[in-house]
Design a protein. Sequence first.
Length: 195
Amino acid sequence: MREAEIKRKTGETDISLTLNIDGKGKSDISTGVGFLDHMLDLFTRHGRFDISLTCKGDTFVDDHHSTEDIAIALGSAFRSALGEKRGIKRYGDIILPMDEALVIAAVDISGRGMLKFTSDFQTEKIGTFDVELVEDFFISFAQNAGITLHIRQLDGRNSHHIAEGMFKAVARAMRKAVEIDEGAKDEIPSTKGVL
């Protein structure tokens, strides 16, 4: 089983997270940030990952610290659970419609963390959630997971739909990338021999 448990405690957040990559899409998520709970529940379901997550954060300041630290923990959990990445397909991509929004996500589990993010949100907030935190989340997730992640909004007007499309698209691209390649399940998918 490809699983990981992450505990992260700082002066701003106290996070406990467990991840099972080979799950059924079960989530038990309570972050104190309602919109992020919704996005992570979608991520869990569409990736078919099992995630249990609690965060006690300084949301009386704003949602930034909790959002960023949760992304750090989730990315670290993927990196840990994947280990040496033997047998994975490594790459995953999708073009995902979410009502009027259309999003591309492409993943390379490269060992090198970076994000290329292109969006055109029409609002500054989704409810009380600052839309700039969507990009901040994926920056921290990609860096700590050690993945190359491209997210591009192709269309969309409603900020909630755009963000939802992004989380669903990344989940489904990750699901493809972490799948075991039955024809090469004992190989590390790199000419370097390491990822």
